[in-house]
Design a protein around this ligand. Structure first.
Ligand code: COA
Length: 156
């Protein structure tokens, strides 16, 4: 069984992320969605809340497990026996950062391949920080995030 890890900060998870999880889950036997700390980012939701939101959003996918991990991504992937790291691509602007991360991870762990899935065009504009901003300013994020996340953004 091929195992993949889909890492991200998911602060919060959006329909764009869910789209990538669905694509990965249809190809891999098991997918670990890992809520991982990005040391360069300020956190909004705590790890447990982010994990809860993703779990709620993908509970219909039986081969997906959602976990929290604080450390190096390649260490987590090795621990899970994963052969691939999944990342989503939205636009050309994602490429440079993703290219650098993929090559850095490959340098640290040549056995693990990074695989990119193109997000659905419907979600190509989405990002977690935009969702947070809209929500904080009282706008509607309907259609951008799963219903359980919408509820959490409104205060649970
Ligand atoms: N749909 C919608 N939005 C998407 C998306 C998609 N398919 N794919 C990415 N995004 C958005 C996210 O919402 C996020 O937006 P934001 O910046 O507004 O929050 C942005 O794209 C990128 O976020 P994410 O995919 O969560 O990546 P990240 O850059 O926050 O985190 C880690 C990357 C966690 C995987 C990386 O930092 C990591 O591996 N950290 C562990 C430490 C480590 O191993 N470091 C060495 C790595 S080379």
């Amino acid at each position: 069984m091929k195992i993949a890890v889909y890492p991200g900060s998911f602060d919060p998870v959006t329909y764009g992320h869910v789209d990538i999880v669905e694509r990965a889950a249809s190809i891999f036997g098991k997918v670990y969605v890992a809520v991982i700390k990005n040391p360069d980012k300020k956190e909004n939701f705590d790890f447990k809340t982010r994990q809860k939101m993703i779990k709620g959003a993908v509970k219909y996918l039986k081969n997906v497990v959602v976990e929290i991990f604080d450390g190096l991504l390649v260490d987590y992937a090795k621990k899970k026996n994963a052969s691939a790291i999944i990342r989503g691509l939205r636009a050309v602007s994602d490429f440079e950062y993703e290219f650098q991360m993929a090559l850095t991870n490959r340098k640290m762990c040549p056995d693990i391949e990074t695989i990119f899935f193109m997000t659905d065009y419907k979600y190509a504009y989405l990002s977690s920080s935009m969702v947070r901003q809209i929500s904080k300013l009282g706008g509607s994020v309907s259609g951008m995030v799963p219903h359980n996340v919408e509820k959490e953004l409104k205060g649970g």
